[in-house]
Unconditional design. Structure first.
Length: 105
């Protein structure tokens, strides 16, 4: 059986590569930063790379998924950042934790 996943905040693709190696098919990998999208497209030309803010995704575009994965940026909460938490505009946790209906029933 082929399992499908949607990868949010894909970065350079390390986590997505691991899931591919585990047998998952990526419906799409979504990343906001253009240089990361270039890396993803160069290293995995068969992946559907979408350069977009995850807060603008439409759930109806990604139906029937088996797994939702995300490499959410940690600077809003990290001691290396300003530790603004949910007050930091880069806080993507709410967008990942309450995405539009994406999973299979």
């Amino acid at each position: 059986m082929n399992f499908t996943t949607l990868e949010l905040c894909a970065g350079g693709g390390g986590q997505a590569l691991g899931f591919e190696m585990a047998g998952f098919h990526h419906t799409a990998v979504v990343e906001y930063e253009p240089q990361f999208c270039t890396t993803l497209r160069t290293n995995r030309p068969h992946w559907n790379v979408i350069q977009q803010d995850i807060r603008n995704l439409r759930g109806q575009d990604f139906t029937g998924l088996d797994l939702l994965t995300a490499g959410v940026p940690c600077p809003p909460f990290s001691i290396a950042g300003k530790q603004l938490g949910s007050d930091d505009e880069r806080d993507m946790f709410p967008a990942v934790m309450a995405p539009p209906r994406l999973m299979r029933d």
